[in-house]
Ligand binder design. Structure first.
Ligand SMILES: Nc1ncnc2c1ncn2[C@@H]1O[C@H](COP(=O)(O)OP(=O)(O)O)[C@@H](O)[C@H]1O
Ligand SMILES: [Mg+2]
Length: 159
């Protein structure tokens, strides 16, 4: 197991967040779990949509808040879960994700609610508010192989 690195990126729009996530999505493999952490409206679902696009999901990723898990077919199965209402290990197990994890990329919103139950994430993304309405700070932790150079094309530009 390679040691994790942390990368911090600023996003100035939902499109920028989606593009960054899309880049990460192209690097993910079945068995990878992406933990998304951030308050309501932070941009977790926006990020998940970008991941889906990068994984070849063409149908468009929607919030799984009311169904708990949505399933998509990209270049591999994509399972998108919302842990907001989950409480404890049995709730997590009830999602039926553990059994299918090996063959799927798993995206979990509100991952901080089930961190001790869901197994080790490949990447953890924390999304926080920035200086203005449309600005977000994304703190990404994972192996360099997944995070190297991610979003750098947009960094530092004033346009
Ligand atoms: N830089 C940004 N990145 C992501 N979302 C943004 C950004 N700026 C504004 N937004 C808006 O914030 C909201 C995020 O919503 P959503 O992804 O559903 O949040 P969450 O799933 O974390 O509750 C959307 O309305 C989106 O348009
Ligand atoms: Mg959401």
């Amino acid at each position: 197991m390679t040691p994790d690195v942390t990368r911090i990126r600023r996003s100035r729009s939902p499109q920028e967040t989606e593009a960054l996530a899309g880049e990460l999505g192209t690097r993910l493999e079945p068995g990878d779990l992406v933990a998304l952490i951030g308050d309501l409206g932070a941009g977790k679902t926006v990020f998940a949509r970008g991941l889906g696009a990068g994984l070849g999901v063409t149908s468009g990723v929607k919030s799984p808040t009311f169904v708990l898990v949505r399933e998509y077919a990209g270049r591999c199965t994509v399972l998108h879960a919302d842990a907001y209402r989950l409480d404890g290990e049995s709730d997590w197990e009830g999602l039926g994700i553990d059994e299918r994890r090996e063959d799927a990329v798993v995206i979990v919103e509100w991952a901080d609610r089930v961190l001790e139950h869901m197994g080790r994430p490949a990447v953890t993304i924390r999304i926080e508010d920035g200086q203005s309405d449309d600005e977000r700070q994304l703190t990404m932790t994972g192996p360099l192989s997944l995070l190297e150079g991610l979003g750098e094309r947009n960094e530092g530009g004033l346009s």
